[in-house]
Design a protein around this ligand. Structure first.
Ligand SMILES: NC(=O)c1ccc[n+]([C@@H]2O[C@H](COP(=O)([O-])OP(=O)(O)OC[C@H]3O[C@@H](n4cnc5c(N)ncnc54)[C@H](O)[C@@H]3O)[C@@H](O)[C@H]2O)c1
Ligand SMILES: O=C(O)[C@H]1O[C@H](OP(=O)(O)OP(=O)(O)OC[C@H]2O[C@@H](n3ccc(=O)[nH]c3=O)[C@H](O)[C@@H]2O)[C@H](O)[C@@H](O)[C@@H]1O
Length: 422
């Protein structure tokens, strides 16, 4: 931050520079939060993660204006004795670390529960014991299914917001049966919320709990086979982006009838900054952070993304851009779904005056522009290599390498070798 003017918070109080320990800083939300803090505040960040690819641009150059205000710690919080020391060094801890992709919840339920509950325990304990403030990232999934989803399909009560709008202080948490392992994540997040709340009530922990409602934008998850495993299944934005980039059909799980509200990551991060800088208004609260105006079914999301991507890439959409798939085939046994997620905004409005701004069309436009610029070329190159590999294996051609002798065919990296098929 260039200016040395005193910044004031919502109550007109000066904002003192903070040292913030951000656990999970190398992820999607963490990378945007680091950028925001470094660009717009004088705060220091101790950025903790096992990966740092998404924040490399913030760490690399000494000449950057924020040099010295961010320090990366490659730490796995499952087993690292440095954690308590870092919490003690900081004014505030923000915990983002988690397994949070639905494809893992029913296939790796133990890892999911350990990551979202057991691994978060020491963070809560050290904050409480050392009287340090904690902002913990939970999820809108703690609400589970809506009450309305249990009503008969033709019940007029389904139109009544009392049966579907999700409120922090009154809505119940409704999960499926134990064999529906989808809910392992939501249940672990709910229990850590209850523990944090109890630490606040019994031991005076200063906490804020964030319940994100489908935050999306650039750098979310990975594109399978490019910057993540080929067989990996990321969240819906990256699944659909991947299909669009490869000119494949977008897969609609169980007909794509589930509904979601999507909020632009840059809007959501503004809410988090308000929480950081207004502790008197944020402590002791649980906040929904979402955009109730951006509701669509997953099918509508697929249609909109197809239209936006066609505009962004200049390529016409496929004749049949989507295909239905069962959840069992897509996610495996034990999957279940949230039917509808509309956040009630009363508490965040009252406490922090925050409202999201960006429409679904606009946020998809900027996000898909980013996806196209970042991945389209890499995917084309990889496609050529797969084709070449197939042709060689099938004995249909031989390959002349044109840049360097790359040794075994399997060692080829699209970026450093070219070839001619003959
Ligand atoms: N993106 C959303 O819309 C959304 C919605 C609801 C909840 N959340 C919650 O917000 C948080 C961040 O989500 P995200 O979308 O940025 O996910 P992400 O997967 O991109 O980021 C999580 C980061 O935590 C790190 N991490 C995980 N386990 C760790 C460990 N043991 N030690 C150190 N680092 C570890 C990962 O390497 C990753 O960089 C999560 O707690 C998630 O449950 C996100
Ligand atoms: O983002 C959130 O607020 C929370 O919700 C997500 O859960 P969900 O919205 O179900 O996950 P997505 O992968 O984004 O899927 C959204 C919907 O699209 C569907 N889907 C997903 C991928 C796909 O290729 N096709 C498809 O139809 C899913 O079945 C689901 O109905 C994840 O659990 C967390 O990241 C987070 O806590």
């Amino acid at each position: 931050m260039a200016s040395s003017t005193v910044r004031i918070n919502l109550d007109g109080k000066p904002i003192n520079p903070l040292t913030i320990l951000m656990i999970g800083a190398g992820g999607f939300i963490g990378s945007h939060l680091c950028e925001k803090i470094l660009n717009e505040t004088p705060h220091k960040i101790l950025a903790l993660d096992v990966y740092n690819d998404k924040i490399k641009h913030l760490l690399e150059s000494d000449s950057l204006k924020w040099a010295g205000r961010i320090q990366f710690y490659r730490i796995n919080i499952k087993h690292d004795s440095r954690l308590e020391g870092l919490i003690k060094m900081s004014d505030l801890t923000i915990n983002l670390a988690a397994i949070c992709t639905p494809a893992d919840y029913n296939t790796r339920p133990l890892d999911t529960i350990y990551s979202n509950f057991i691994d978060a325990l020491p963070v809560v304990k050290y904050c409480s014991e050392n009287a340090k403030r904690l902002i913990h990232f939970s999820t809108c999934e703690v609400y589970g299914k809506t009450i309305g989803s249990f009503l008969p399909k033709d019940s007029p009560l389904r139109q009544d917001p009392a049966y579907y709008v999700l409120k922090e202080d009154t809505s119940p948490c409704i999960f499926g049966s134990i064999e529906k392992q989808r809910w392992s994540y939501a249940c672990a997040k709910q229990l850590i919320e209850r523990l944090i709340y109890a630490e606040g009530a019994e031991n005076g922990l200063e906490f804020t709990i964030v319940r994100p409602f489908n935050w999306i934008g650039p750098r979310m998850d990975f594109i399978p086979g490019v910057d993540g495993p080929s067989e990996g299944v990321p969240r819906v934005l990256a699944c659909f982006s991947n299909a669009l980039l490869r000119r494949e059909q977008l897969k609609l799980v169980d007909g794509g009838v589930s509904q979601r509200t999507f909020v632009y990551i840059k809007d959501a991060i503004e809410a988090v900054l308000l929480m950081i800088e207004n502790p008197d208004r944020a402590n002791g609260h649980i906040f929904n952070v979402g955009n109730p105006n951006n509701e669509v079914t997953v099918r509508q999301l697929a249609e909109m993304m197809t239209e936006v991507y066609s505009k962004v890439s200049g390529e016409p959409a496929l004749e049949q851009p989507t295909v239905d798939i069962s959840s069992k085939e897509f996610y495996g046994e034990g999957y279940d779904d949230s039917d509808k997620r509309i956040p009630d905004m009363t508490i965040i409005n009252k406490q922090l005056g925050w409202n999201p701004k960006t429409s679904l069309w606009d946020l998809l436009d900027s996000t898909l522009t980013y996806q196209h610029k970042t991945y389209a070329e890499a995917i084309k190159k990889r496609g050529l290599h797969v084709l070449a590999r197939y042709l060689v294996t099938a004995g249909k051609c031989c390959i002349n390498f044109v840049k360097r002798d790359a040794g075994a065919f399997t060692d080829l990296e699209p970026d450093n070798v070219g070839f001619k098929i003959c």
